[in-house]
Design a protein around this ligand. Sequence first.
Ligand SMILES: O=C(O)CCC(=O)C(=O)O
Length: 288
Amino acid sequence: MSDSEFFYDPATWSVNKQMVEAYEKNGYVLVRNMLSEAEIQKLRTAVESSKGIQRHAYGRSDGDRKSRMCVWNHPGDDITGVLARSPRVAGTMQELMGGDEIYHYHSKLMMKDAKSGGAFLWHQDYGYWYFNGCLYPEMASVFIPVDDCLKENGCLQVLTGSHKMGRIDHKTLGEQLGADPERVEQAKLALEHVHVEMKAGDMLFFHSNLLHTSNQNHSDLRRWVFIVAFNKKSNNPYMEHHHPRYTPLKMVDDSELLKCDVIENLEGKWFMNPTEDHSFKAGDKKFH
Ligand SMILES: O=C(O)CCC(=O)C(=O)O
């Protein structure tokens, strides 16, 4: 893990060769301290007071407990939108993915509440997105904790280098699509299993074929996370589905986040309706 861990310094920040190599080798790069205290507070206030998020949130059960989530397709010009479109988030992800033009595929808030939040099965994001007509796994996500993410409140866990296994079959396991459990067990024997503990302000940039999971939250600590997913323009999905096809991403300067006072602007966000989740329907087959 240590060769995938970097520290943010606003004065000198740029994606270097070492980071790109770490992303290619391990499937993820963890950057500490990417947001200042004031920026973390801004993000927290925006997601906590958003009426749209609460109105469009839905639960995903692990068979026992539920995590809540809310997904929207266009970033917009409010606080979460400005952060998603910033060079720190979108620009860093684009460089790690090789520099080709990327676009915003969706943003989401994952709400694992204290003492009640459910688990997420081992999966690859491309295990879902494959069903959406994306030909290549040239897609990735930025995991941005709103609260500290620790083992006790269900931090993300990854299998280092698992993105190199290619796409694993995903089928329904309860209310979620999970990666073939036999493959996951073998991958766990072969690869390093890392609990990615993060502070609010850190960011994890990860490949869409990286196997990841997270546990239930039995602690008193809330664990909310803002996640922004990107796709390459050259990987424009061949069919319409519940996330957007190529739509140019308008990047805004990093400094705009602290200047932005729009807590939420729901216009054009296109919130996802879980009954229209094409990936879930297409993958709704059981393992033998
Ligand atoms: O919020 C989490 O712990 C997991 C999120 C996740 O796996 C995903 O969004 O693909």
